[in-house]
Design a protein around this ligand. Structure first.
Ligand code: 5GP
Length: 182
């Protein structure tokens, strides 16, 4: 049965822009790259919650080198030190010291989240850290980021579906939709 091309999430209307088939084929392409690059290694995938849970599940099933995965969150709170904000990774239950790490993210927009994530992970002394993102909005990037693995570059529009939400809803679709009407 054909799925609807229009999706209503709460008060907003979205139209399908990336089909399940396109998403899956781009994930296979990136997974092949990772499989080649990490041959003979045992990478640790760190999937950033909440948005990357579906992407991580599909990506991992295409990975054929021995690997581990942990689901993490970056918490930020006001500290009492002069350095201001304190950032902490929640859910990191694998020792990444000396290990090759691949961060799995749903979407990189300004890049600030990934920049903070890299800064917070570096003191754990991993062997290497790479970023693997499902989506990237190149025109929005505000920081210099080396993104080794990217499934799809998209324009500067708000998207939902396939794990990405609008106000908590809309994650449970197979395709990705773009906002067409506020
Ligand atoms: P950044 O720090 O790169 O600006 O933002 C990254 C985070 O913002 C993503 O992990 C995601 O949670 C959210 N985000 C950015 N753009 C979009 C979008 O188009 N749709 C959704 N659902 N979330 C977005």
């Amino acid at each position: 049965m054909q799925r609807s091309r229009i999706l209503k999430v709460k008060d907003k209307t979205f139209a399908v822009t990336l089909s399940e088939r396109t998403i899956k084929s781009q994930i296979r392409r990136v997974a092949e790259q990772i499989n080649r690059d990490y041959e003979g290694k045992q990478p640790v995938f760190l999937a950033v919650l909440n948005g990357s849970f579906i992407f991580a599940a599909d990506l991992l099933r295409e990975i054929n080198v021995p690997c581990e995965i942990s689901f993490i969150k970056l918490a930020s709170y006001e500290g009492t030190t002069t350095t201001g904000n304190i950032r902490e990774i929640i859910g990191l239950n694998i020792d990444i010291t000396g290990r090759p790490v691949i961060i799995v993210e749903d979407i990189v927009d300004t890049g600030l989240t990934m920049a903070h994530m890299l800064e917070t992970l570096k003191p754990h002394n991993p062997e290497s850290i790479e970023i693997c993102t499902l989506l990237l909005k190149p025109s929005k990037l505000q920081v210099k980021l080396d993104i080794r693995y990217c499934c799809k570059q998209i324009p500067d529009d708000f998207v939902v579906g396939y794990g990405l939400d609008y106000d908590g809803f809309g994650r449970n679709t197979k395709d990705i939709y773009t906002l067409i009407q506020n």
